[in-house]
Design a protein. Structure first.
Length: 149
């Protein structure tokens, strides 16, 4: 997977199943544009939040909430018609929270099959009970994450 702009247009290699996982693909539309004609950063952030929640949901086994956006970097503008691929990886599981890294790659409409990293983010989600209070993540889920496949 390209990691910086120097390899931004390289084909995206296949990834091992225990590494990053494709969790969302979406195409931004004209209604998602800002006054400059690029896609709103807030729209991208909302998609990253959705993509970031996919893997934690497997471990939390119940309600969860986004508790922190630890880092968010817009590397390149997103354009109408780009095919965006969101890859996620769990980087840490604590007693009540899970941190994930999300990387977003764009296939420009004019250069299908070539991937440009446009955004990367680290987010933390917390498992919550019915009253919205933090609750422990099941130990067997935490143990499964620590155990190599």
């Amino acid at each position: 997977m390209p990691t910086d702009s120097s390899t931004a247009h390289a084909p995206l290699p296949s990834l091992p199943s225990d590494h990053r996982e494709l969790v969302l693909k979406v195409i931004p539309m004209p209604a998602d544009c800002n006054a400059n004609g690029d896609i709103f950063g807030g729209w991208v952030m909302a998609q990253v939040d959705l993509a970031g929640a996919v893997l934690p949901a497997r471990f939390v086994r119940g309600r969860m909430a986004t508790v922190a956006v630890n880092q968010f970097i817009f590397k390149q503008p997103v354009r109408v018609g780009d095919i965006l691929s969101f890859y996620s990886q769990v980087t840490r599981i604590g007693r009540t929270s899970i941190t994930v890294m999300v990387e977003v790659f764009a296939e420009r409409i004019s250069s299908q099959g070539q991937y440009l990293k446009v955004t990367e983010a680290n987010l933390t989600y917390v498992a919550i009970d019915l009253e919205g209070r933090p609750r422990p993540i099941p130990e067997e889920a935490r143990a499964a994450w620590r155990t190599p496949a």
